[in-house]
Design a protein around this ligand. Sequence first.
Ligand code: TNX
Length: 505
Amino acid sequence: MYRFLFRIILLALALPGFAADMPPIIPVPVSYQAVSGSFLLTDETPVIAAEPAFSGTAAYLRNRLLAETGVRTTRTGSQPGIIFRKGSSSVASSYEISMTPRGVIISAPDEAGAFYGAVSFLQLANGKRIVPCWSIKDRPACEWRGFMLDESRHFFGKTVVRRLLEQMAYYKLNRFHWHLTDEPAWRIEIRQYPRLTLFGGVGTTSDSLAPAQYYTQEDIREIVAFAAERHIEVIPEIDMPGHATAANKAYPAYSGGGSDKHPEFTFNPGKEETYRYLSNILKEVDVLFPSGMVHIGGDEVSFGNDKWLKDPAITQLMTKNGYKTALDVEHYFLRRMADTLRKRNLRLLAWDEVTQAGLSPENTLVFWWRHDQPAQLRAALEKKYPVVLCPRLPFYYDFVQDSTHVSGRKWGGRFNPLREVYAFNPASYGSPELIKGIQANLWTETVATPERMEFMTFPRILALAEAAWSREKDYAAFEQRLPAHLQRFKRLGIRYFDPFRPKDS
Ligand code: TNX
């Protein structure tokens, strides 16, 4: 009998999760130490913001503890509690947790740090009321920890986006890049140009007769506020001068035409009216998004600029300025848009095609996505552009994550398994002062439903988070912490890919 019990205890110690040499937190904190004993959460546990600026975070923690553990914490009381304090560290977004069975202190220099401390505590609790004690010190490696969702190709809507943002926050991601316009649809209400969403909103790639689906300005405000409560900045992408098909269907006067494969793909860079029109659109966008950044795309213009050299307005512009190629015109367009954004004190974000356009590095952020063109990254860094790394391999989440998967993209037989997302190390690219961080991009031509969206996102977003936040990484240790997170997804009804059973899907 005793031998049997002994064996069970040994087995339990050997199992992942029981080997408590690492807290169950993803992304793994910078330093941690197990402390003996556990902290008990009850309906009498007070959660207190000793620093008034942290009261929003205290409220958030209480709310999530209720949602995830069912415990109804209180605001004051004599029971052991959770206290948020201003800490002595001056590192932005850092935090410390010190815990004993008699109380939890979360200290941070700023609101973001307090929030990340709260999130780490939530992960320590992992849905349970008995929380093992740890002492933790933590700070992010990358400032930009981003995720992009394409809602032009398929529309998922507010409920799904809120669920995604909640999980992004749980893993300390802090930038939501919202790809709202492209060929099939324009998904953001613009008051001055209502047809954008009337016509451009119609259809997804799967159903061209579906009713218009888009975000009203009220919806946008709601999502932006929801994200802000979770320390996530939302950056809209209004793609130009290419990928503009939906807008051009609504307002053909500003179209620069397209190609056989991509009809009406571009805005017309030769007409002054186009700049007025786009500047009016960006004014409304600016007011809705407090991040002070707008992503203007700038990608793949050559897919549909076939008509530019035959267009009277464009050829006139070329003669006037001595331009020889469509690329010269594209760069002119981008400089004009940069002027528009600069006048409004907005930062210009764009894909790596814009590196050669002659924009001012101070006001720009370049997204390196073409993994097969490392020279583009080198050029951007040489020109002193700040950069976010989001190379297709391993950061395009429309790429499948297992060799057995058929729905989704591959690149010359390669795809993006969890392990490769995890292995990505931004520090290995050097230039720490210019490389702001990393981002994963979920394009949705092949992702038609919310379930599929989640399946492509989870758990790869966890590997992204650890690659962005943590300095020391170990895939085996990550794999040990993963099952508890997958179980949580199951509890919350989040669809995910199970890397331990790849054939299940
Ligand atoms: C390239 S990445 C695109 C997107 C597609 C994606 C599909 C980029 C700037 N442009 O328009 O959706 O590939 O993987």
